[in-house]
Design a protein around this ligand. Structure first.
Ligand code: FMN
Length: 323
């Protein structure tokens, strides 16, 4: 997710679940080909398994970008056919490609010839007035024939005219049943359902109908949800790591980031929701969001936030009042 699932976020999420597949933000093929690869594609080995999501529509460029992604170590290359932003439409990629299944198929085919890792597609159930069950079927059939065996389907259509990307994640109604029927019609392809899923109970219920579940906002805003994933969805035995242990494990990572010249907030902005629903959640969030963005904020800010959240220290007064 753009601006959310960067490498720091993924490192943190990996401390909560060893098994869930993590995705990068969307990176355009042009950026991969011409941009600063270390900045755009670099990640920690601990993040595996991690999928690189590409945006683009030129099969040759996507193929080249996918090859670079594989060399960088990504475990999967995913093509974005779901993003509805105007900026993306001008470049003729993202959700508007739902109207061009043959082009998506060519892109998938071109990428597959260059990489050995899986090439997958993230799409919507439809766009604009092209949202019949037959349209979605045709899209999946055409793209699957080119060798894409996994589709992550956001269960709501996108309106390309007139709705902002944010509204396009909220306004068109969710239709999970449509995704279930897609799987029933295509048992041979792996269908991962996405959109509006907020708990692991819901995720488990979907797994009666589809092969997997992709969590977006819920996992980001309430990351401790991920701590139960290995046990409840993958059948592993370990109990979830306590929140405090997760943060203890994040400290050396944050220290390395600071030593490399990074800012504390680059890491800690992703952990604000860790205590969601817990007694000192607000104090934890406030401490970090007030202090971590300040220039020169050091690891002590994180250490104090942990003590506050774990009930070992009183929350100091809000910063504006304290100064
Ligand atoms: C801030 C933000 C950024 C997003 N960026 C991407 C992106 O880069 N690629 C993508 O496929 N989807 C992106 N999405 C959409 C989510 O992946 C997901 O499809 C959507 O939010 C619905 O799932 P959810 O209800 O579980 O969040 C983004 C969503 C949000 C909130």
């Amino acid at each position: 997710m753009m601006d959310w699932t960067d490498l720091h976020c993924r490192y943190f999420h990996r401390l909560l679940t060893r098994r869930a597949l993590l995705y990068t933000e969307m990176v355009t093929a042009d950026a991969v080909l011409h941009g600063d690869r270390t900045r755009l594609l670099g990640f920690s080995p601990q993040e595996h398994p991690v999928a690189l999501q590409l945006g683009g529509s030129d099969p040759a460029k996507l193929a080249q970008a996918a090859a670079i992604g594989e060399v960088e170590g990504y475990d999967e290359i995913n093509l974005n056919v779901g993003c509805p932003s105007d900026r993306v439409q001008e470049g003729r990629f993202g959700a508007c490609l739902m109207a061009e299944p043959a082009l998506v198929a060519r892109a998938v085919e071109a990428m597959r010839t260059r990489v050995t890792v899986p090439v997958t597609v993230k799409c919507r159930i439809g766009i604009d007035d092209q949202d019949s069950e037959a349209d979605l079927e045709r899209f999946v059939r055409t793209v699957a024939a080119a060798g894409c065996s996994t589709f992550i389907v956001h269960a709501r259509k996108a309106w390309l005219e007139g709705l902002s990307p944010k509204a396009n994640r909220e306004v068109p109604p969710l239709d999970h049943a449509r995704v279930h029927r897609l799987k029933a019609a295509h048992p041979e392809v792996e269908i991962i359902i996405n959109g509006g899923i907020t708990s692991l109970d819901e995720a488990l219920a979907h797994l009666d109908h589809v092969d997997g579940v992709a969590l977006g906002r819920a996992a980001y805003q309430n990351p401790y949800l991920l701590a139960e994933v290995d046990r409840r969805l993958f059948g592993e035995r370990q109990s979830p790591p306590p929140r405090g242990d997760v943060l203890e494990a994040l400290i050396p990572y944050a220290e390395r980031h600071l030593r490399a010249g990074g800012r504390l907030n680059n890491v800690t902005r992703h952990i604000l929701g860790l205590y969601h629903g817990r007694p000192r959640a607000r104090a934890f969030r406030r401490h970090l969001s007030e202090r971590a963005p300040r220039s020169g904020a050091g690891i002590d800010v994180l250490l104090e936030a942990i003590r506050i959240a774990e009930g070992e220290a009183e929350a100091p007064p809000a910063l504006a009042a304290a100064e």
